[in-house]
Design a protein around this ligand. Structure first.
Ligand code: SF4
Ligand code: SF4
Length: 184
């Protein structure tokens, strides 16, 4: 069924177009003056980056690839996250490891390459949901900027270090047992 839209008849004052402009400007000016006399903490305008609004629980920001206590990666290269990812932005290459590790137990595989293309990622959190090892988390960092597209493709060690400063952890740069781990 069609909807009849009521025609608004303009008064002669409206037809000057000056009155509506003056009305609009007075509203803007009122808000501006209100902001000036409002204490900084109560202002709606956030002076980013000096001020930051707290991030809500459940916010899905930059990923972290979790580590064990010995700084080895928790991921067992099962590809579940890559399969679940709707944006197809996770690239994993696995390698076999047969060692019985005191921290990890018997692990058969680990990622030699683990890469996320953040330009394609939609931060849906499906990778976190799909991970059987609780090895990938989306945490609260939303300050993602870069100077080139390549910088937005984070590798295994980038992802292991994303929250190192915040968590006061040492940065992981390479696997001491395998110097070729830079291949990512
Ligand atoms: S957050 Fe979503 S889109 Fe981004 S890597 Fe994880 S599953 Fe893929
Ligand atoms: S992050 Fe989790 S789901 Fe993805 S490959 Fe590693 S263990 Fe599997």
């Amino acid at each position: 069924m069609g909807i009849v839209v009521k025609k608004v008849d303009l008064t002669w004052l409206d037809r000057t177009y000056l009155w509506p402009i003056a009305k609009g400007l007075s509203i803007t000016l009122t808000h501006f003056l209100k902001q000036l006399i409002t204490p900084t903490k109560k202002r709606r305008t956030v002076q980013y980056p000096d001020m930051k609004r707290p991030v809500l629980d459940g916010y899905r920001g930059l990923h972290e690839l979790k580590r064990h206590d010995d700084n080895s990666v928790k991921c067992v290269a099962c590809y579940m996250c890559a399969e679940a990812c709707p944006a197809r932005c996770i690239t994993i290459e696995a390698e076999d490891i047969g060692d019985l590790n005191i921290h990890q137990g018997l692990i058969e595989k680990r990622p030699v390459v683990f890469q996320i293309d953040l330009l394609r990622c939609i931060f849906c959190g499906m990778c976190q949901e799909a991970c059987p090892k609780d090895a990938i988390w989306l945490r609260k960092n939303y300050e993602l900027s870069c100077k080139s597209r390549a910088e937005m493709r984070l590798g295994k060690f980038d992802l292991m270090n994303t929250y190192a400063v915040e968590d006061r952890k040492s940065r992981v740069n390479r696997d001491p047992n395998n110097p070729t781990f830079f291949k990512q």
